[in-house]
Ligand binder design. Sequence first.
Ligand SMILES: *[C@@H]1O[C@H](CO)[C@@H](O)[C@H](O)[C@H]1NC(C)=O
Ligand SMILES: *[C@@H]1O[C@H](CO)[C@@H](O)[C@H](O)[C@H]1NC(C)=O
Length: 439
Amino acid sequence: MWKEKVGWVALLIIVSSWCVSSSSHSSSSFRGDLSRGKAPLTFGSASSSSLVLNRVGSSVVLPLHGNVFPLGSYNTTIYIGQPPKPYYLDPDTDSDLTWLQCDAPCVRCTRTPHPLYPPSDELVDSSDPICGSLQSGDYKSDCVERCGYEVQYADGGSSRGFLVKDDVHFESNRGRVLSSRVALRCGYNQIPGPYNPCLDGVLGLGKGSSSIVSQLSSQGLVANVLGHCLSTRGGGFLFFGDDLYDSSHISWTPMSRDPYLIEHYSPGTAELLFAGKPTGQENLLLLFDSGSTFTYFSSQAYQALSSRVKEELRRKDFTEAVDDDTLPLCWKGQKPFKNIGDVTKYFKPFALSFALSFNSGGRAQNQFEVPPESYLIISDKGNVCMGVLNGTEVGFQNVNVIGDTSMQDKMVIYDNGRQMLGWESKDCSQLPNSRAFAA
Ligand SMILES: *[C@@H]1O[C@H](CO)[C@@H](O)[C@H](O)[C@H]1NC(C)=O
Ligand SMILES: *[C@@H]1O[C@H](CO)[C@@H](O)[C@H](O)[C@H]1NC(C)=O
């Protein structure tokens, strides 16, 4: 079977205090995560002066390494602690608190590229609002010593640990180092799920107040906006702040206020078009999730898309490659394909179309177009495979998850301040400021 990250998984968060043995309260939520460089920065005295960094008009840009296939994940380097040490973290827009595999000491950790994070001495106590943001419901702790947590993931994995505050360092697009004291999760007991890239932890970019961008924004360091640009050639970049794009060029759509989706980056509902034509699939509930490698459609929409792709291929020299288990649907051509450019002309784009009503009373269609290179991959066997999968099979029910594959070659923007999601087609292989970098 294939391996990929499924970001949006049901889980259970238990906030507990080890100094009292009773009353650990549990609540279910749908926050998902466990699934999951560049020139070194110069630190030192710069980090204290960086707090005067101009709050208007500065963004943090972080290069991303990785790809949809074959790696299945991306990572960015974040420097943490004093003195700052590098960690490779998986950016996840569907989880809030950043976490690191942690030497507290570690009871059980998966393989990491760097030595385990030594937790800072500053513990978050359980009365801190950030500890409260971990739990929903009416949990109260009598223990003030530390904010412990246990997270269970739908894929069978789990993580246990506690919250600390530590210095996190970034470089802004003006070349200055931005340092900030933020809350992090120190996870010292991880039971791994099926997919485990060798990483130090997860960079939490979710909507909640404990996500890294919300924390930086509440300190006045950047606007509460983040975005990413993933290149079909691999790599790309992540950014915090709002001055890397021209808002008038972006297709904006409001974040959904549906209570079922309120904790997620959801553009609400859309209609599925194939090659510009309606497919009969309307009112599809959508979610953007950078923690998911592939895109997942609910069974009916998946059926509609895959049957149209198959229909297009019937008149061409493609046969279904049933012996290729890279992904559920693969096709072989006359001879093995080397790269995606060999096949894009045989496939048509699909699109998700949002109906927008404007104050002026007019209506317009706002489309999220997905070209063939953003829903197909070339397998090791030289076949072409469809990177849109059946979400019903992995338990997503009626939610359609737009994963990394379909967000490639676009700047995707999550504006928490204005509660808007936006996108624009873009060549993501260059860092903004046109500094070339290698993926
Ligand atoms: C993370 O990024 C580094 C480069 O900064 C790269 O060497 C490493 O292979 C990446 N790890 C994963 C699991 O993608
Ligand atoms: C999707 O998965 C569900 C659950 O396994 C299954 O019942 C359904 O037939 C699948 N849909 C398609 C189109 O394969």
